[in-house]
Design a protein around this ligand. Structure first.
Ligand code: NAD
Ligand code: MG
Length: 398
């Protein structure tokens, strides 16, 4: 069998490491061609050496001499790419078949889109890219004939619950609704009055999943589920009213598809990202992911709740941005990234995260989006306005 040649964008992150863990179990199937990281030189160098990568790309230019020195000292033949362009280079290398898009946030958009334009098979974890540039991205995928497979556990579950077909769309498949499950995060039962006190470490202590810090905070505000509604809209061509969020604290059902005949098809498993990663890497085959079998007897109970709109205003902010369309989702994402970053640095309270997003969406009108430049302009405006809100909120100015 010809090995699948893989580039991992964001190799040092939580998804990147889980991807390498799966690949490591199947050296006969997969070959690591390129790995990228933002600034973690030591880890990038050791991964490149260990997996025999032909390229290692570091987006923070200042780190490239260190990366070169480290690889040279180990006698590795790995070529170093550096700077912001190196991500696009890694994503479009002719010797790469499959790109795992696992950079966090808008920083991953240009390279993920470049992979789509180059017709690569894309394993999409970087949901922010799709939230920001949904139409532009999906157009690029269909123009190049790229194969797009979702890694986000909910979307991967929906994909597994749909009949197999060349395209991800739900159209013509008898689907009534997509039911996106979410755990409700670490603050599902904490009174809202106590939420202004919570710390970044408490927000990042997710009850069921181990993830990077940004997505962990998104899970705590439930903006993650909001972003996932927008992600599901673009991936599956689902109208907003056909996407429902179901709070399911056990994180065993990863999402469901309801059909017009009344059937509801669900995908279950232990909460471990290696399952969707392995499913997408090997698709349509199945391979061992190193994930222990689901023990239904010890799970015992599966429960479901409606999301609480007062506790989780992020959900309706995302729904309304999707309804508005144009640049609104890019503004939402930009404001969220600024606010989450400020919260993680201890400069903003937890409850102010959604306030910053709401103020930004109220202040900046949505514009039509036709090109990547339009998306970047919305992103720039959203970040600029949200940063101003931070200053106002933290100094108490009006
Ligand atoms: P992480 O913070 O653990 O890792 C992020 C990776 O992106 C790192 O390799 C880092 O070097 C790289 N990176 C960060 N900023 C960068 C920049 N400015 N330029 C270039 N590279 C940069 O994040 P994660 O939890 O692995 O999440 C990655 C993506 O996958 C996110 O979009 C997230 O929403 C999505 N996702 C993650 C999980 C999960 O379980 N972790 C689940 C579903 C979806
Ligand atoms: Mg998810």
């Amino acid at each position: 069998m010809k090995r699948q040649r893989i580039a991992i964008l964001g190799a040092t992150g939580s998804i990147g490491r889980s991807t390498l863990d799966v690949i490591d179990r199947h050296p006969d199937r997969f070959e690591v061609v390129a790995l990228t990281a933002h600034s973690h030189v030591e880890e990038l160098a050791s991964l490149a050496i260990r997996f025999g990568a032909s390229y290692a790309a570091i987006s923070d230019n200042r780190q490239s001499p260190k990366l070169r020195a480290r690889l040279k000292a180990a006698g590795a033949a790995t070529q170093v790419l550096s700077g912001a362009d190196s991500l696009v280079q890694a994503a479009t290398l002719p010797e790469v078949d499959t790109v795992m898009a696992a950079i966090v946030g808008g920083a991953g958009l240009a390279s993920t889109l470049a992979a789509a334009k180059a017709g690569k098979k894309i394993l999409l974890a970087n949901k922010e890219a799709l939230v920001m540039a949904g139409a532009v991205f999906m157009d690029a995928v269909s123009a190049s004939g790229s194969v797009l497979l979702p890694i986000d556990s909910e979307h991967n579950a929906v994909f597994q619950c749909l009949p197999s077909s060349a395209s991800l769309t739900i159209r013509g498949k008898g689907v009534r609704r997509i039911l996106l499950t979410g755990s409700g995060g670490p603050f599902r039962t904490i009174p809202r009055s106590e939420l202004c006190e919570v710390t970044p470490d408490q927000a990042c202590a997710h009850p069921n999943w181990v993830m990077g810090r940004k997505i962990s905070v998104d899970s705590a505000t439930m903006m993650n589920k909001g972003l996932e509604i927008i992600e599901a809209h673009w991936l599956f061509g689902a109208p907003p009213e056909a996407i429902e969020v179901v709070v399911h604290p056990q994180s065993v059902i990863h999402s469901m598809v309801e059909y017009v005949d009344g059937s509801v098809v669900a995908q279950l498993g232990n909460p471990d990202m290696r399952t969707p990663i392995a499913q997408a890497l090997a698709y349509p085959d199945r391979i061992d992911a190193g994930v222990s079998p689901l023990d239904l007897f010890s799970v015992s109970k599966l429960t479901f709740e409606r999301p609480d709109p007062i506790r989780f205003p992020a959900l309706s902010l995302a729904q309304s941005a999707l309804g508005t369309g144009g640049s609104a989702p890019a503004l939402l994402n930009a404001a969220n990234e600024i606010a989450v970053d400020a919260f993680l640095q201890g400069r903003l309270t937890f409850l102010d995260i959604t306030r910053v997003i709401e103020k930004t969406l109220d202040a900046i009108p949505s514009r039509p989006v036709a090109t990547l430049e339009d998306v970047f302009e919305a992103d720039r405006l959203g970040r600029q306005y949200a940063s101003r809100c931070l200053t106002e909120l933290t100094t108490g100015a009006k």
